[in-house]
Ligand binder design. Structure first.
Ligand code: SAH
Length: 344
């Protein structure tokens, strides 16, 4: 947590104390940083010599916009950012009736290898630092001029594979002196790293846990999600039950509907049996076709039928509306296309 924007107020206090500064400056500095300033020069109420020492020792290095695409259909905005080391990540701003939400990346690339996902095609490059996740929220807000009240950790990367940095990011973005975004307005999505779900339960956060289930059986799940070989479906669902017992938070299950793979009546019936007694919500997502993959989205009727089977069994199930269909808005696609172009 060496970057100045990954630090908490007490940590900033320690840095400033060493520079012979009074304690109240820590909060002042923190507030400026969390407003998304691009340089110390903007911090007009800090002494000039302090500003110059800080800019030498703790450069702010804000991300730069490489690409920005705005959907004409629904106002969704997608950003591709260049980080200080040249790597790129993407963030999507979505506009809902309840407010604006950003979908942020937690890693550069991903090592989970899901068969349907564009983010994992080049493997994991590195994990993001806490401030690099915060910057996505901050600079999306600054650039778009739209106030952001909700966050989903569903962009590139596996958040539970970057546990400590993600926990610090949540603390920062939730802090009253910072963006003050309520934990209840934050969702974290995982492909199902069982030990990490147990660790997250210990944190007793008010966030929503989303689990990318995508299949009710090992037979199906093994073919699309390599992580299932390490943590099979039943073990994952047992961890979800423990999570619920610890936190009392209903779990949201993501289920990407793939033609002929996981969208049969048999799959729906098994899913119903496996989710029995677990307060859950199932999000049915029509698969977003990725060029490199042979997997195709389910037919509309199959999705509707699957949803009805779940609903009739008392499991709330919604079909996720597709946003930004005209701008490569599903995760990993913008970075992927950009990296491919650069390689040509
Ligand atoms: N690694 C985390 C979060 C990032 S992926 C996770 O696996 O949950 C965010 C969500 O998008 C996951 O549910 C993922 O399975 C889903 N997803 C990835 N590629 C997709 C695609 N082509 N179509 C539909 N959903 C996809």
């Amino acid at each position: 947590m060496n970057h100045i924007k990954s630090m908490t107020i007490p940590e900033l206090g320690a840095v400033l104390k060493e520079l012979g500064q009074p304690a109240f400056r820590a909060k002042q500095l923190y507030t400026w940083l969390h407003r998304g300033v691009r340089s110390y020069e903007e911090m007009t109420d800090l002494p000039k010599n302090l500003r110059s020492i800080l800019s030498e020792r703790y450069p702010i290095c804000p991300p730069e916009v490489v690409r920005k695409q705005e959907s004409k259909l629904d106002g969704t905005i997608k950003y591709l950012w260049r980080l200080s080391d040249g790597n790129c990540v993407e963030t999507v701003l979505m506009r809902y009736h309840y407010g604006n939400s950003v979908c942020i990346s937690t890693e550069v690339g991903c090592r989970m290898g899901c068969a349907f996902c564009a983010s994992t095609l080049g493997g994991l490059v590195r994990k993001l630092e806490p401030y690099e996740m915060l910057d996505q929220v901050l600079f999306t807000q600054v650039d778009s001029g739209l106030s952001i009240g909700h966050i989903v950790l569903m962009g590139i990367g596996e958040p539970l594979d970057n546990f400590d940095n993600v926990m610090r990011f949540l603390e920062l973005v939730n802090s009253a002196e910072g963006m003050n975004i309520s934990m209840r307005h934050i969702s974290l999505s995982t492909c199902g790293l069982v030990p990490m779900i147990d660790r997250l339960a210990e944190e007793k956060l008010q966030i929503t846990l989303s689990v990318s289930l995508h299949a009710p059986s090992d037979e199906i799940r093994n073919t699309i999600m390599p992580v299932n070989k390490a943590y099979p479906t039943q073990e994952l669902l047992a961890a979800c039950r423990r999570y619920y017992e610890k936190t009392n938070r209903r779990i949201s299950f993501e289920y990407a509907m793939i033609d002929g793979v996981n969208d049969t009546e048999e799959a729906a019936k098994l899913l119903i049996r496996r989710l029995k007694g677990l307060p859950a919500h199932v999000n049915l997502i029509p698969l977003n076709h990725v060029e490199e993959s042979p997997l195709k989205p389910s037919k509309k009727q199959a999705v509707a039928k699957f949803q009805k089977l779940l609903e009739d069994a008392g499991i709330p199930a919604t079909v996720r509306r597709t946003l930004g269909g005209d701008i490569d808005a599903s995760c990993g696609q913008l970075r992927r296309n950009y990296t491919k172009q650069q390689a040509r």
